[in-house]
Design a protein around this ligand. Sequence first.
Ligand SMILES: *[C@@H]1O[C@H](CO)[C@@H](O)[C@H](O)[C@H]1NC(C)=O
Ligand SMILES: *[C@@H]1O[C@H](CO)[C@@H](O)[C@H](O)[C@H]1NC(C)=O
Ligand SMILES: [Zn+2]
Length: 496
Amino acid sequence: MILPLLFLFLNLSFLFYSSIARAPANHLSKHADYIDSIHGNQGRRLYSDNFQMSEKEYIAMLEKLAQGYMSNSDLEKAMKEFNGRCGNISRIYSIGKSVLGVPLWAIEISDKPGESEAEPAFKFIGNVHGDEPVGRELLLLLANWLCDNYMKDPLATLIVKDVHLHILPSMNPDGYSLRRRGNANNIDLNRDFPDQFFPMNDDMDLRQPETKAIMNWLEGVHFTASASLHGGALVANYPWDGTEDRKKNYYGCPDDNTFRFLASLYSKSHYNMSLSNEFPGGITNGAAWYPIYGGMQDWNYIHSGCFELTLEISDNKWPNASELPTLWEYNRMSMLNLVAGLVKTGLHGRIISSENGRPLPASLAIKGINYTIAAGKKFADYHRLLAPKENYEVIATMQGYRSKIACVMLGEGAVTVDFVLDPETTHEGSQLLEDSGCYFESKTTLQMIDFLPDPQLEVFLLTFSVLGFLLFLVKWRAKLVHPNQKQTPVPKRAVV
Ligand SMILES: *[C@@H]1O[C@H](CO)[C@@H](O)[C@H](O)[C@H]1NC(C)=O
Ligand SMILES: *[C@@H]1O[C@H](CO)[C@@H](O)[C@H](O)[C@H]1NC(C)=O
Ligand SMILES: [Zn+2]
């Protein structure tokens, strides 16, 4: 009964949310992105309250601030030390080199580092902008915390055992040593990816080596989700980052609900991100805040099936190093919960052939969401992040096989559904829907009201939210099909 009310509430809060997010607020002045204005970088220029400071004074201030932060060689040393100490659950590798030839070192943390398993992979990227060094420090603290707490803390153990976590503490070591936003060519790396709306950055030869390294990395590793760490604000930002008409507007991607859930997972686990006055709930759609083009986040979602967030983790881009332990404490649970969310929420399973049990690298779609993910090439495991407490019609498709549909009532926890696909013998494409068990929409309202304990109340609620009522039907129907599939700690494995 509370579902329609909840839906109504969500509707109203969404209206409230969008009106705030679209308001011509003056919050950009607080973004402290003034290095852009100093260096005359292309793209947006955001000014801060401090722009009376000269470049020289600013650099001197940063040099002073750099005390207590790891230099690039300190960072490399710290990563190698970590690997020496925690080699049983990690490996380090380089994904490429910066313009000035600094290796882009990454750590993989897993109980089977370097091996492929039927598990989701997550990546953290820090220091995309050279003058935002908090992330690179926190990522080393994260790696060490996981190592120290593996087999002691349940979250650490879950992440090491069930996820392959890849950490790139610095995507922009040259920018870091130059104390500036851009790389050694003074290019903003978060504007250097191919864009979905505008033909910018399409020339592979002009792309920066750091950007190329990330793009190649994603061809090799099948990431389910990721986050890049920034500074200058306190908010979890999700796609789309750009709009087609270049206007500042809320512009949701097909997985808007999923992304709002993921961003909220971060903000709500944070010390105070969700208390933001500027961003309701501590989250924002990128384009509603300020549109950017050529960003890494949208590219991840569009081209590699990877759900990426852009996390602004401190108002101050380059705080005094003495604040790092506090910033780590503020972000620790957020980082852990976001990674663990890959296992603890969403829809997971494998797709195999009924003929011989062979894994099928099929694709998986959700009815009503214009986005397809691919199962893993080796084990045909899939990991579909989704907003919880909804019903989903899931379609597994593989060329040469008949598609299958599963009706899933997702609770708070993860659900596992394996698909066993039959080889296609004849062409009967249109029979697809008739074969499936999902008849969410085919029941009429009247028929369903007979099932309800109090039809009059339901009719009353119907006048408020027709969609909320439909969801109720879906829930009711799904309950009949999947009794008590709620919140099982170790989800039952369903086979379709
Ligand atoms: C979060 O806490 C920090 C440190 O106390 C403070 O500077 C910041 O303004 C707070 N932010 C919000 C949104 O409450
Ligand atoms: C689905 O998304 C693709 C781009 O990925 C787009 O070309 C297509 O028009 C979309 N379809 C619908 C029905 O929105
Ligand atoms: Zn940044």
